[in-house]
Write a protein that binds this ligand. Sequence first.
Ligand SMILES: Nc1ncnc2c1ncn2[C@@H]1O[C@H](COP(=O)(O)OP(=O)(O)OP(=O)(O)O)[C@@H](O)[C@H]1O
Ligand SMILES: [Mg+2]
Length: 315
Amino acid sequence: MKRGKIWAVGGGKGGTGKSFITSSMGTALALKGSKTILIDADLGGANLHTFFGLNRPRYSLSDFFDKKVPLQEIILQSGIPNLGLITGSIGSLDSEGINHAQKQKLFRHIRTLDADHILIDLGAGTHNNTLDTFLLADNMIVVTVPEITALENMYHFIKSAYFRKMKFIFKTYNLNATIQDLWKNRASHNISSLKDLITHLKESSDHIRNIFDSEMSGFAVHIIVNQVRTPRDILVGLNLKSVCMNFMGLPVIYSGYSRQDDAVQKNINSKEPFMIFNRLSPVVKEVKTMTENILTGTNISVRKDLDDGCLSKIL
Ligand SMILES: Nc1ncnc2c1ncn2[C@@H]1O[C@H](COP(=O)(O)OP(=O)(O)OP(=O)(O)O)[C@@H](O)[C@H]1O
Ligand SMILES: [Mg+2]
């Protein structure tokens, strides 16, 4: 059995559209013919099933955690061919509800699911359980809206994920005391940012530089800007890219954007999956584009979209 690609969708701030984007990208993959499973890992505020018009899921992750039902057996039909759904219900990955052993068991089961793509919808915030689930993914995706508070939370989320991964890696090399000492005495080393810390560590020895090159160089986050209303909002993604590179030294991929469309809310309220009931909405095309870009690791062609006047056509 082949191992499916794992996608995790997070981003720090609540209400930016993580669940909408996860459900829509999952639908786009399934419509292409890929066997896809969505997992609602926002256990405290689980609502992914609502995007498919499902009221009371028959099974949920609590059957997996409490009744020891294998993950593969609690997959529900989403109503869309090729698209399965694992719902969350009680407890929260953000709380102390899930302990270390349960988390590891969940990750083991996720890795063995029979699917081409497994998309995990994360809750808001930067709890360690949320970050660990994000780091499990082959495709790490953050969804933001073009508002300063969401952008701040997103930077914090990306930095926290990077730092957590760095700590794990250094632990395996018995070097975590090195990071901790350095961070504790950062003022005396003139370290004021994550980028400074990374530079300092890389310059401290060839061994550490090699660890960064081999273990951390693959850390690339995909950014999606949701609910854009103006061409300037689309450009926010480009600014995010340069801020992440210049201030954190982290490469990010601007995978796509999706405009604000009142039909999203209407469809949720009338229990109609957006991607199926709005085939003519530009959002459907935008979701398909971001999905394709994530599959191929491509940046969106922002300039081309702006030159085409893509937003002015409907606004
Ligand atoms: N592109 C869009 N256009 C219009 N409304 C949208 C769009 N994307 C999301 N919304 C609306 O924003 C609200 C929040 O979306 P969603 O539940 O996907 O966010 P979330 O990030 O998953 O939130 P939480 O952090 O609470 O899990 C929903 O009511 C949804 O209808
Ligand atoms: Mg959500």
